[in-house]
Design a binder for this molecule. Sequence first.
Ligand SMILES: [Zn+2]
Length: 43
Amino acid sequence: MQTKKPMEFFRNLPPKQCPDCGHHIDEQAESYVVKCTECSSKQ
Ligand SMILES: [Zn+2]
């Protein structure tokens, strides 16, 4: 398996992931958000 090229890597940064449920967090969400909207609203 071929590793991704550096440029490709930066273009495909791994999305944030909610530590509670593992759902991907919308990158358009504010940067300080660490949990998905669902888990955030549960607190
Ligand atoms: Zn979550």
